[in-house]
Design a protein around this ligand. Structure first.
Ligand code: PLP
Length: 379
């Protein structure tokens, strides 16, 4: 990427942090399977266990209850399966969960999605009603922060609802770890999920942190790695990079969150000044400091993203893209946003390498794209 390009798609993937790169380089130069008995294997095992302890310490988990996976998608889907086989009798999940969970939940007979408010927050009354009607024990899945809007969910209020009914709480913290305080015990999560590449580690590593008593059947048999809970040789270099990135992100969290909120606020002020008709979603509730989801009416996300790319801005529509086609956002639909406006939704997400000049430059690029679009439509 040339230096004058602006990368503002951290919620899709953050650039690799320097400590992660250094830790991975050392691990990649080491040969040894962590399950091998010999010294090289034991050294790999030591790297793996140090990373496990680091991550456990950062998220209020115990090292023995961390299960490494190949990312958050695998972690979410493995958790659903292991909890179901382990005894969870029903599943209630928020309507704004990531596709990784939403798609898997559809295969769970009788699973029900709980609605959200127009601000993108879980509707606690509706959630409570669904939990009380669901066969016990119920698995309740509510993400910590939404990947599209950045809306932070009231997990402190969700956990007692799940636990009072004898159920278990699954919290997807893929977007919040490194951007907001994340502690398994404080959140009250029986299953906490995180992903490496969202916080500046490599793609292809994720984790599940289990709380005491969380049912988890061994549904991935094989070599018995991860205490039999997820067989397959661990990707030591990626896991070591994950731990180094997470430690780096969490160490500077308060100051960095304030800096990112400043960038996000500067972006939204400039956006409102240049495009008074722009609609910013979920801005009236708690949000991640780095994320802004907005729509410029009449400018479809597809056209906008191509135009912004030509202007040197790497942004996102928020909703999943495949083959260059932007799908309608399930999240905005759940918030009751008009479908035509939702098709114009664009997500700007900042992160550790974002700089103070970027907010104004992104808005200037958007202004160019919109003016060009208007000339095309009118001409
Ligand atoms: N959960 C959330 C909230 C996400 O934003 C993502 C990433 O897109 C995932 C899960 C999936 O993560 P991974 O890419 O590690 O599989």
């Amino acid at each position: 990427m040339t230096s004058d390009r602006i990368y503002c798609d951290y919620n899709a993937q953050a650039p690799l942090r320097a400590p992660a790169r250094a830790a991975m380089a050392a691990a990649l130069d080491h040969v040894g399977n962590p399950s091998s008995i010999h010294g090289a294997g034991r050294a790999a095992k030591a790297m793996l266990e140090t990373a496990r302890e680091t991550l456990a310490g950062l998220i209020g988990a115990s090292a023995g209850d961390i299960i490494f996976t190949g990312g958050a998608t695998e972690a979410l889907q493995l958790t659903l399966e292991a909890a179901r086989v382990g005894g969870a009798a029903s599943l209630i999940y928020s309507a704004i969960e990531h596709d990784a969970l939403d798609a898997a939940a559809r295969h769970w007979p009788g699973a029900q999605a709980a609605s959200v408010t127009p601000h993108g927050q879980i509707d606690l009354e509706r959630l409570a009603a669904l939990i009380s009607a669901a066969p016990a024990p119920c698995l309740v899945a509510v993400m910590h922060a939404n990947n599209e809007t950045g809306a932070i969910q009231p997990i402190a209020a969700v956990a007692p609802l799940a636990h009072a009914a004898g159920g278990f709480l699954l919290v997807d913290a893929s977007q919040s770890l490194g951007r907001a305080p994340v502690d398994r015990q404080i959140l009250g999560a029986d299953y906490l999920i995180a992903s490496s590449h969202k916080l500046g580690g490599p793609a292809g590593a994720g984790l599940i942190a289990l709380g005491p008593g969380a049912p988890f059947a061994n549904v991935r048999p094989g070599g018995g790695q991860e205490r039999g809970r997820r067989s397959g040789t661990e990707n030591v270099a990626a896991i070591v990079g994950f731990a180094a990135a997470a430690a780096d992100a969490v160490a500077g969290l308060d100051a960095e969150a304030a800096r990112l909120a400043g960038l996000r606020d500067a972006f939204e002020s400039a956006l409102r000044a240049a495009h008074p008709d722009a609609v910013i979603f979920a801005k009236d509730g708690p949000r991640l400091p780095n994320t802004s989801l907005f729509a410029a009416p009449g400018l479809s996300a597809e056209i906008a993203l191509i135009g912004l790319d030509l202007e040197g801005v790497c942004a996102s529509s928020g909703a999943a893209c495949s083959s260059g086609k932007v799908r309608g956002s399930r999240v905005l639909a759940a918030m009751g946003v008009d479908a035509a406006l939702a098709r114009c939704a664009l997500r700007i997400s900042f992160g550790w390498a974002s700089t103070a000049t970027e907010p104004a430059r992104i808005v200037a690029a958007l202004t160019q794209v919109r003016a060009r679009r208007l000339r095309t439509v009118e001409g």
